[in-house]
Design a protein around this ligand. Structure first.
Ligand code: SF4
Length: 499
């Protein structure tokens, strides 16, 4: 039996869910309060359903909730040991993509309506919503995938027994109806599966070094420390450093005189360094040494009179920094058309360099076209595409070969993460870039038994753990790892942050 069973305590709640879910799930009205819920849970026969969802309304505890908001339980507390629902971020993300206001968090089950100070006390303990049934009903799930979603009917500002209470109840029932199709998609995504982790994945030596530089600058100088551009292209890293007192700016003009400013791992052009020096800013350079190596090559070729074709992507900070090392001598080349439009003064004096995070296949194609037009073109002394980019691409190709679907953890502005998606797609598998589990569309998972999972060089390892944990909420997961090589590279820190 693989059907979804939705338990809704009240008749109006069950009706709203039934209207939204149609034939994609069985909806049962289970009755109001903990006693009836426990009795209904005891009656549910093992094997009479596949997945269990509990859907109803609830009292909002947190002051930032509004009637109609949806809370998906990551944790249900209140009656016996707390029960976790690991797939909560998946459903919360799906509901947001459906245009609903939804978040994952703690739901507390109580045995009476809560008011005033008690609401505040439960909110202070971390709960977002209170209900009177979820903990008892969840017990029926045993080891089956289970989820709880509550639509907020009342809030501390708009209590149940107030003139606004009726409108809040109507908003909650409407949200329940609109949320029901996502419950069906959640159930369709459930099932046992394998996850194959790519190795290596996640942080590279340049990213670890850049983060350590900022952390040391904070320890040495105190907050705020300014960072020009994102230190690395990852939203989790940026948010975590912001919480510690880092201020990220786009330009040095936003940095006050006398402040400490860190240059990001992607590097800066000499013009930016000159501006910082002119302003007397206290700078620390977190440019990855492998990016600095490309800068040195650009300066050397330009000094020797070469036209430097920089293979890369327009607008990327690393590209801007490298072009700035050889103004007037370096041009960006993104494709074959750019190669065809090159007009060097001396066709025998063309050199090419690369952005460090390119796809090896894509860059190789452009180099081929360059050499066809300029057979004497000179390349870098050693590969510009860095070891971390290369290793992660080899690893994702290996896992793609044994997966139905590949997930790449990384932010949308992360070049190396995006190249991992392209590499997996070239290997013939659907692949998606996700910042975290909430970005996984449930429709991707239906019918998928093996997921390849990797992370870009700027994505923290913790995100991979969160993704695996969320997928475990959809059924038993067997995790294995495909390691194509191991890495033991470390870069030294700049003298400004060495103790
Ligand atoms: S991806 Fe490569 S170039 Fe970029 S920071 Fe990491 S090691 Fe350095």
């Amino acid at each position: 039996m693989n059907r979804l069973l939705v338990c809704s305590p009240l008749r109006l709640e069950a009706r709203a869910v039934r209207r939204g879910i149609g034939d994609d799930g069985d909806v049962r009205q289970t009755g109001y309060g903990p006693r009836k819920s426990a009795a209904q849970a005891a009656k549910l026969r093992p094997g009479s359903f596949g997945m269990l969802a509990i859907a109803g309304t609830g009292g909002g505890l947190s002051a930032d909730l509004s009637p109609g908001d949806l809370v998906v339980a990551a944790l249900v507390s209140g009656a016996g040991p707390a029960i976790s629902c690991p797939s909560a971020p998946l459903l919360a993300g799906e509901l947001r993509r459906a245009g609903l206001r939804a978040r994952a968090g703690q739901i507390v089950t109580v045995d009476h309506l809560v008011h005033g100070a008690e609401r505040a006390r439960l909110a202070a303990a971390g709960a977002l919503v209170a209900d009177m049934e979820s903990a008892q009903l969840l017990a029926a799930a045993a080891d089956r995938p289970a989820i709880v979603v509550r639509a907020v009917s009342d809030t501390p500002q708009r209590p149940l027994l107030s003139p606004a209470g009726l409108a809040g109840g109507i908003a909650a029932l409407r949200s329940l109806r609109l949320a029901a199709p996502a419950l069906a998609r959640w159930a369709a995504a459930a099932g046992p599966r394998r996850i194959v982790l790519a190795g290596p994945r996640s942080f590279c030596a340049g990213v670890e070094r850049a983060i350590e530089i900022v952390e040391r600058a904070l320890d040495m100088h105190g907050a705020p420390v300014y960072v020009r551009k994102q230190i690395v292209h990852n939203s989790h890293v940026v948010a975590s450093l912001e919480r510690r007192g880092v201020i990220f700016v786009d330009e040095l003009s936003e940095v006050p005189d006398g402040a400490v400013v860190v240059f990001s791992a992607h590097g800066v052009s000499p013009a930016v360094r000159d501006e910082a020096a002119r302003r007397g800013l206290d700078t620390v350079d977190a440019t990855c040494p492998l990016v600095s190596k490309v800068h040195v090559e650009a300066r050397r070729f330009a000094a020797d009179g070469y036209l430097v074709a920089l293979i890369g992507h327009a607008g990327h900070e690393e590209v801007e920094g490298t072009l700035g090392e050889a103004p007037g001598s370096a041009v960006l080349v993104q494709n074959g058309a750019d190669v065809a439009s090159l007009r060097p003064d001396d066709p025998a004096k063309v050199a090419y360099l690369m952005q460090t995070t390119l796809s090896a296949d894509e860059a190789g194609g452009i180099v081929g076209e360059l050499l066809e037009r300029f057979p004497a073109a000179r390349g870098p002394g050693s590969d510009d595409i860095c070891y971390a980019t290369t290793n992660r691409q080899l690893a994702v190709r290996a896992v793609a070969a044994e997966s139905d679907l590949v997930l790449v953890a990384g932010s949308a502005n992360s070049s190396n993460s995006r190249r991992l998606v392209e590499t997996a797609e070239r290997a013939g598998q659907p692949a998606y870039l996700i910042d975290g589990p909430e970005d996984i569309e449930l429709g991707w998972l239906a019918g998928v038994s093996t997921i390849g999972l990797t992370a870009g060089a700027s994505a923290p390892p913790a995100v991979v753990h969160e993704i695996v944990a969320a997928l475990r909420g959809l059924g038993p997961v067997e995790v294995s790892e495909r390691v194509v090589t191991t890495e033991n590279i470390r870069f030294g820190l700049p003298k400004e942050v060495r103790q």
